[in-house]
Design a binder for this molecule. Structure first.
Ligand code: VG1
Ligand code: CO
Length: 544
C-alpha cells in the first residue's frame, strides 16, 4: 500500500461543541481540515492502532467523500479493521449499537444532526468511545489540543473504496467490512420491545400511525422495523428516502420543522399516533391525536411505565435528565425511590452514569430520550417504547399523559430559541446574568420569589470530573425555573436558548394552554436578561 505523509498546519477552530465538531460544509472542504481533525482523533486514542473502528454517518452532503478520506487515513494509521455502514451510512444510535456489539475501539460518526445539509449547509464529525457513547470532555479536549499542534497526517493512496457492496475488502493490511446499517439495530430493538404485541396493535385495524423520517437517515430503519417487521401499513413512514440535503428542510423533529405530522395528527382525520426523528436518528417527537407530548413529559412517562416494557420489566435503577429538562422525571424518581441525576446538556454526560449502572433511562428536553441499551439518545427506540406502551395500556396518548399529570402534577414547559444572534452580544448577555446572580436569591421577580440563582456546575459522580459554566439557572420558591444557555451546536453566530418551566399540581389547571400559562415567566426571562435591547430581537425564532 502506498501512503503519503502530508504536511499541514493547525486550524484554530476545531474545538468540539455539545456534540462533536460542526461547521459549514465549505469549512470541512478546505484542504486538510477534515484530515487534521481525524489525525488528531487517531493520535490521541491509543487503542485504535491495531484496533477496530466503526464508521458511518447520516447521509448528508459530503458524507461519502469524508468516509473515503477517513478509511484511507485509518489504513495509514495501522487500524486493523473498519466496520462501515453500507453507503457510509449509520444512524447515530445504530453506530452506538455497532460499536458495542462488535466491541470496536471507537467510532466516528459523520453528522450535524438536525442542522440542514447540502453544499452550503452543515457537516459534522464526532468520535465515540468503546462504550458506544460520545467522547467525554476529557477526550474531546485532548483531541482539540492535538488539532492545535498538528504538523502532518498520513493517508493511503489508491482507488475509491466500494462502500455500496456488503462484504469485506482490504486496503493494504486493513480490512474494510461493509455492513447493512439496519440489521444490528433492528435486532436490538426486537430484544427490548414486545414486537408481537405491537404487531397486534397495527393489525387491529383500529390504529393508524405516521412516522416522518424528514428525508433523513431513519427512513430505512423505520421502514424495515415499522412496516416490514411490525406490520404497519405501507405509507406509515413518510419522507422515508434519505437525501443529501434532507429535501431542503431542517431535519429537526419539533412542532415547527416537523409540521407535516402535526397536521396529520390534528383534526377530524387525525391519526392515532405520529412521530418524527431528526437528521441522524437520535431525536424523537411524539404526538397523539391533537396532542403534543413534551420530551420532558415523555421521559417522565417512560420512567413511570418502564415496568410494562419487556426490556425493563425487572425495574430501572435510576434516571437522569439534562439540567434544562423539566423536573417531571424527578417526581417519578422520587415516588419510585430511584436516584435522579441532573447533568449538563449533551448525551456525553450520561455515559458514566449508564456504564456504572446508576441509571437506566435518561433524556433531554431537546427531543432526546434513551436508555442503557446503547450510549446515544435514540429516536426510533423512543417511538417503539411508546408503541409498546400504547399496545399494553390500550389507551390513547393523551389519556396516558393526562393520567400521569393527575398523579404527579404537570410541569408546564416551553423553550424560546433566539437563533443567529450576534456572538459578542450573546456572550455579554450571559455575562450580565452571571454578574447579577448573587443579587437575586430571596428577592421577588414579578409574582415569583427567587430561591436560588447559579451558573450550573456539574461534578460527575462516577469519575469526579467537573464541568463549569453549563447554563444559568434561576429557581423560584414554587419550583418554577428559568434557564439560559448558549447553544454549542450552531455554526452561525450564536443561539440563545431560554428554557421555562412552571409546576402545576392542581388537575383543574392541567388543560390550560402552555404559552398562556408561561407568559408571566416569559416576561421575567426577557426583562432579566435584557434580551430585546441586547440582541435586537423582540421575539424568538423558534418556540417549542
Ligand atoms: C442541542 C440540544 C442538546 C443536544 C444537542 C445534540 O445542543 O440542546 O440537548 O444534546 O443539541 O443533539 P445545543 O448545545 O445546541 O443546545 V443532536 O440530535 O444535534 O446530536
Ligand atoms: Co441528532
Amino acid at each position: 500500500m502506498e501512503m503519503s505523509t502530508v504536511n499541514t498546519q493547525p486550524f484554530s477552530d476545531q474545538r468540539p461543541g455539545t456534540s462533536g465538531l460542526r461547521k459549514k460544509v465549505k469549512v470541512f472542504q478546505q484542504p486538510h481540515y477534515l484530515e487534521n481533525f481525524v489525525q488528531s482523533i487517531f493520535d490521541t486514542q491509543q487503542d485504535l492502532k491495531g484496533g477496530i473502528l466503526a464508521l458511518g454517518g447520516d447521509g448528508r452532503y459530503y458524507n461519502r467523500e469524508a468516509s473515503q478520506i477517513i478509511i484511507r487515513m485509518a489504513a495509514a494509521h495501522g487500524i486493523s479493521k473498519v466496520i462501515v455502514g453500507q453507503g457510509g451510512l449509520l444512524s447515530t444510535p445504530a453506530a452506538s449499537c455497532v460499536i458495542r456489539k462488535y466491541k470496536t475501539d471507537g467510532g466516528i460518526i459523520l453528522s450535524a444532526s438536525h442542522n440542514p445539509g447540502g453544499p452550503d449547509e452543515d457537516f459534522g464529525i464526532k468520535f465515540n468511545t468503546p462504550n458506544g457513547g460520545p467522547a467525554p470532555e476529557g477526550v474531546t479536549e485532548a483531541i482539540y489540543a492535538a488539532t492545535k499542534a498538528i504538523s502532518e497526517y498520513r493517508i493511503a493512496n489508491g482507488e475509491e473504496i466500494d462502500l455500496d457492496s456488503i462484504g469485506t475488502q482490504t486496503l493494504g493490511e486493513m480490512s474494510i467490512e461493509v455492513i447493512d446499517p439496519v440489521t444490528d439495530y433492528a435486532e436490538l430493538m426486537q430484544e427490548i420491545f414486545d414486537f408481537k404485541r405491537i404487531h397486534q396493535l397495527f393489525n387491529s385495524g383500529m390504529f393508524v400511525m405516521r412516522f416522518d423520517a424528514m428525508h433523513a437517515i431513519t427512513g430505512p430503519y423505520a421502514k424495515r422495523i415499522l412496516e416490514e417487521t411490525l406490520g404497519a401499513a405501507p405509507g406509515t413512514v413518510i419522507n422515508g428516502k434519505p437525501k443529501e440535503d434532507f429535501g431542503g428542510g431542517h431535519p429537526d423533529p419539533n412542532l415547527v420543522h416537523a409540521n407535516e405530522i402535526v397536521v396529520l395528527s390534528s383534526g377530524l382525520d387525525a391519526v392515532d399516533f405520529a412521530a418524527a426523528s431528526d437528521g441522524d436518528g437520535d431525536r424523537n417527537m411524539v404526538l397523539g391525536r391533537d396532542f403534543f407530548v413534551t420530551p420532558s413529559d415523555s421521559l417522565a412517562v417512560m420512567a413511570a411505565n418502564a415496568h410494562l416494557i419487556k426490556g425493563y420489566s425487572d425495574g430501572i435503577c435510576g434516571v437522569a435528565r439534562s439540567m434544562p429538562t423539566s423536573q417531571a422525571a424527578d417526581r417519578v424518581a422520587e415516588s419510585l425511590g430511584l436516584e435522579c441525576y441532573e447533568t449538563p446538556t449533551g448525551w456525553k454526560f450520561f455515559g458514566n452514569l449508564l456504564d456504572a449502572k446508576r441509571i437506566t433511562l435518561c433524556g433531554e428536553e431537546s427531543f432526546g430520550s434513551g436508555s442503557d441499551h446503547i450510549r446515544e439518545k435514540d429516536g426510533l427506540w423512543a417511538v417503539l417504547f411508546w408503541l409498546n406502551l400504547l399496545a399494553v395500556r390500550q389507551e390513547p396518548v393523551d389519556k396516558i399523559i393526562k393520567d400521569h399529570w393527575r398523579q404527579f402534577g404537570r410541569n408546564f414547559y416551553t423553550r424560546y430559541d433566539y437563533e443567529g444572534i450576534d456572538k459578542t452580544a450573546a456572550e455579554a448577555l450571559m455575562q450580565h446574568l452571571r454578574d447579577h446572580l448573587t443579587d437575586l436569591p430571596g428577592n421577588p421577580l414579578g409574582d415569583y420569589s427567587v430561591d436560588y440563582a447559579d451558573d450550573f456546575t456539574y461534578t460527575d459522580p462516577v469519575d469526579g470530573s467537573v464541568s463549569k459554566n453549563q447554563g444559568i439557572r434561576i429557581g423560584f420558591s414554587d419550583g418554577s425555573r428559568i434557564v439560559y444557555r448558549l447553544s454549542g451546536t450552531g455554526t452561525e453566530g450564536a443561539t440563545l436558548r431560554v428554557y421555562l418551566e412552571a409546576y402545576e399540581p392542581d388537575p383543574a389547571n392541567h388543560d390550560k394552554e402552555t404559552q398562556a400559562v408561561m407568559q408571566p415567566l416569559v416576561a421575567i426571562a426577557k426583562s432579566l436578561a435584557e434580551i430585546e435591547s441586547r440582541t435586537g430581537r423582540s421575539e424568538p425564532t423558534v418556540i417549542t
